[in-house]
Write a protein that binds this ligand. Structure first.
Ligand code: SAM
Length: 314
C-alpha cells in the first residue's frame, strides 16, 4: 500500500529546527527522512540550505521523489542505513565540504505503524515483520517468534523491552507457537493474558523489543554517533530525537562522554588539552521534552527527548 495515503505528524519540529540553527548555504543530513517533515522545514527555512536525506525504508523512496521534484539539486535521497553516513557522503560531497548539521528522529513513523502489511502494530492484524528495510534478508519478527530458543526470546524481551514479565510471556509464546503462526494480534492477546491487570498498554514493551532487535536499532545508533565528529564541520550540530529510555541513554552517554557541559565550555588551553575527548558542547535547552500542548495533540510525542551537541571549534 502506498505511503502517500498516510501522514506522519513531525515531533518537536520547531524545537529541532531551532537547535539545528539552519544557516546560509550549509549542508544538513536528515538521517531519518521518513515522510520528510523535518527535511521540508530545513529546506524551507533557508533557500540556500542543502539536505542529504537517508532512510532505510523503501517506503520513503516515493515521498523522496516528490521532494526531488520540488527542491531539485538542494535535495538528495539515499535509501540506506544512517550508520553508513560516512561512506554515503563520500559519494556526494567533495572531501573538503563538511556538514553543518545532522538530525536523527529515531524509531518508526506513523506511516510505517499504520501500514497494514508491515507488522509493527498490535492493533492491526498482520504477519509479524517489523523490518524497516523489508527488502533485505534480515530476519523478521515472525522468524524471531517462530525460531528463537526460550532463553534467547527472554533475553530480547528483557534487554530491549525491559519487560519484567518476560519469562511468563515467553513460556506462553513457546506453548502457543506449537499450534500455528503467531501474528500481531495473537501475540498481543498472549501478552494481554499475562499483563492485562498490570498495564494499560500491555503489548508496548514486547513489540518495542522485537522491533529494536530485528533492526539492530541500538547498535546502529552507537555506530553513527561514533562517526558524527568526522562528518561535522567545527561548530556543526548533531540533534537527536529519541523515543524510549534505551536509545536516549545512548545519546545522553555519548554527549556526556564526549562533551563539556555548557557552563564549563570556555576552557583555557591547558584545560582544553586535558579534555581532548571533549568534542561537543552541550547546553540548555538540551535536553528538551515536547510541550504539554504537543503531547495532547500528538500522543506519539509523549516519550520524546530532544538532545543537541555542538562540535567545539578547538
Ligand atoms: C520517526 S520517523 C522520521 C519522521 C520524519 N522526521 C518526518 O517528520 O517525517 C523515523 C524514520 O527513520 C527511519 N529509520 C530508522 N532507523 C533508521 C536507520 N538506521 N537508517 C535509516 N533510516 C532509519 C525509519 O524507516 C523512519 O522512516
Amino acid at each position: 500500500m502506498s505511503n502517500l495515503f498516510f501522514y506522519h505528524e513531525p515531533v518537536m519540529l520547531k524545537e529541532a529546527i531551532k537547535m539545528l540553527a539552519i544557516d546560509g548555504d550549509g549542508v544538513y543530513i536528515d538521517g531519518t527522512f521518513g515522510n520528510g517533515g523535518h527535511t521540508q522545514v530545513i529546506l524551507e527555512s533557508n533557500p540556500h540550505a542543502t539536505v542529504i536525506a537517508i532512510d532505510k525504508d523503501p517506503m520513503a523512496v516515493r515521498k523522496s521523489s516528490i521532494f526531488k521534484h520540488i527542491y531539485q539539486e538542494r535535495f538528495t535521497f539515499i535509501n540506506d542505513c544512517f550508520s553508513n553516513m560516512d561512506c554515503i557522503l563520500k559519494n556526494f560531497l567533495s572531501a573538503n565540504v563538511k556538514v553543518k548539521g545532522i538530525f536523527l528522529d529515531l524509531g518508526i513513523s506513523s506511516v510505517q505503524i499504520e501500514s497494514p502489511d508491515r507488522g509493527f502494530s498490535f492493533n492491526i492484524k498482520s504477519k509479524l515483520d517489523m523490518r524497516m528495510d523489508n527488502t533485505n534478508h534480515n530476519i523478521s519478527a515472525d522468524e524471531v517468534i517462530k525460531n528463537s530458543k526460550e532463553k534467547d526470546l527472554q533475553d530480547i524481551f528483557s534487554r530491549f523491552g525491559e519487560e519484567k514479565l518476560s519469562k511468563k510471556i515467553v513460556k506462553k509464546i513457546i506453548f502457543e507457537r506449537k499450534s500455528g503462526d503467531i501474528n500481531t494480534v495473537k501475540l498481543s492477546r498472549i501478552i494481554d493474558s499475562i499483563k492485562s491487570k498490570t498495564s494499560k498498554q500491555p503489548s508496548t514493551k514486547i513489540f518495542q523489543a522485537l522491533r529494536i532487535y530485528v533492526n539492530s536499532e541500538l547498535d546502529v545508533l552507537c555506530k553513527v554517533l561514533r562517526k558524527v565528529n568526522s562528518i561535522l564541520e567545527k561548530k556543526g550540530r548533531v540533534v537527536v530525537l529519541s523515543f524510549h529510555s534505551l536509545e536516549d541513554r545512548i545519546v545522553k552517554n555519548f554527549f556526556s562522554d564526549n562533551s563539556v557541559k555548557g557552563s564549563h565550555a570556555i576552557l583555557n588551553e591547558s584545560e582544553s588539552a586535558s579534555k581532548n575527548k571533549a568534542i561537543f558542547q552541550t547546553s540548555p535547552p538540551s535536553p528538551m521534552a515536547p510541550t504539554i500542548n504537543e503531547q495532547a495533540e500528538n500522543p506519539r510525542s509523549r516519550s520524546a527527548v530532544l538532545r543537541m551537541g555542538i562540535k567545539r571549534s578547538l
